[in-house]
Write a protein that binds this ligand. Structure first.
Ligand SMILES: NC(=O)c1ccc[n+]([C@@H]2O[C@H](COP(=O)([O-])OP(=O)(O)OC[C@H]3O[C@@H](n4cnc5c(N)ncnc54)[C@H](OP(=O)(O)O)[C@@H]3O)[C@@H](O)[C@H]2O)c1
Length: 277
């Protein structure tokens, strides 16, 4: 089956390369289109057999399953371009949280799903967030589940939880990398440890931490208890973090949700204003 990807930016490319790396799709199964053609052409050069469509419309005509890997404000233009050629038996997958399934279902007669990936899929790990649309059959859902199981652990979520689940699965790699960067920088500032050593120490620690939590039998709580003996140095540090860091995450979640509400409104305005039926 041909799988089409409209948008080969950061996430489109990550998904394409993850499916190829996992052996689930062969380059010849993939048809890609991108506004800046050179980006899709480079992908084709790196994965011989992968085809580049000359337009989004051609891609939509030829792909039973179409991924929309574009940003919220780019949906209107792409939908305008493909809506007349998309058929009811096709599947359209959006990877964009503020674009609502019901809006997409109004634009195209296809079977729609929202699947939010994460950069962690580049190493075939992490969750992908699966929100099935109303027209997807059991068979479609199984096909998509099977596809994403090769690069991630798919999780069905309700559309109203898309934002918070994306914060945890898709944004948190950046949030936690930022915290580790700050930890390493503070270490350099306070102790003059060489920066490369500080970065290497936190990076290798993060690798081990991920494995302890996913394969090592630890929970978030049991790991803290195991490392922090009463009265020891780690416990002192945890007490400080409990006090100072917790409220930052409440603010962070409020902030992402405020931005999300704004994006949802903008997308709805863009998709609903002056729509020709
Ligand atoms: N990055 C993440 O970790 C992540 C995680 C989960 C979900 N997402 C979602 O994934 C979506 C894409 O994000 P991204 O980070 O991949 O953004 P990106 O790097 O900007 O990629 C978007 C791509 O879409 C292309 N594009 C724009 N308009 C187009 C059109 N009319 N026809 C064909 N291609 C078009 C752009 O082409 P140009 O080369 O011309 O700019 C660009 O390559 C976003 O909605 C984001 O919320 C991202």
């Amino acid at each position: 089956m041909t799988v089409g990807f409209i948008g080969t930016g950061s996430m489109g490319r990550t998904l394409i390369e993850a499916f190829i790396q996992a052996g689930k799709l062969k380059p010849a199964d993939i048809l890609a289109a991108n506004r800046t053609k050179a980006k899709a052409a480079l992908l084709a050069k790196n994965h011989p057999g992968l085809r580049v469509a000359h337009s989004n419309r051609q891609l939509a005509e030829e792909s039973p399953c179409i991924f929309l890997c574009i940003k919220p404000k780019e949906y209107r233009a792409v939908l305008e371009e493909i809506k007349d050629v998309v058929r009811p038996n096709q599947i359209v997958v959006s990877i964009t949280s503020p674009v609502m399934i019901r809006d997409l279902e109004e634009w195209v007669p296809a079977k729609v799903a929202k699947i939010i990936p994460s950069i962690t899929q580049a190493v075939l790990s992490g969750n992908s967030l699966f929100v099935p649309g109303s027209r997807l059959t059991e068979e479609d859902q199984e096909m998509l589940w099977d596809l994403f199981s090769t690069v991630s652990r798919p999780l069905v979520i309700e559309e109203r939880h898309t934002r918070i689940a994306s914060d945890l699965a898709s944004c948190s790699p950046a949030f936690l990398a930022n915290l580790l960067e700050k930890l390493a920088d503070a270490a350099v500032e306070e102790t003059k440890i060489p920066p490369e050593a500080a970065r290497s120490l936190v990076t290798q620690m993060a690798h081990g931490l991920g494995r302890l939590l996913t394969e090592g039998g630890f929970t978030l709580e049991s790991l803290q208890d195991r490392v922090a003996v009463p009265g020891g140095i780690t416990r002192e540090g945890l007490n400080l973090l409990d006090q100072d860091v917790g409220p930052v995450f409440n603010r962070l979640i409020r902030l992402t949700h405020a931005k999300y509400d704004e994006d949802v409104q903008q997308v709805q305005h863009s998709l609903c204003t002056g729509k020709k039926v």
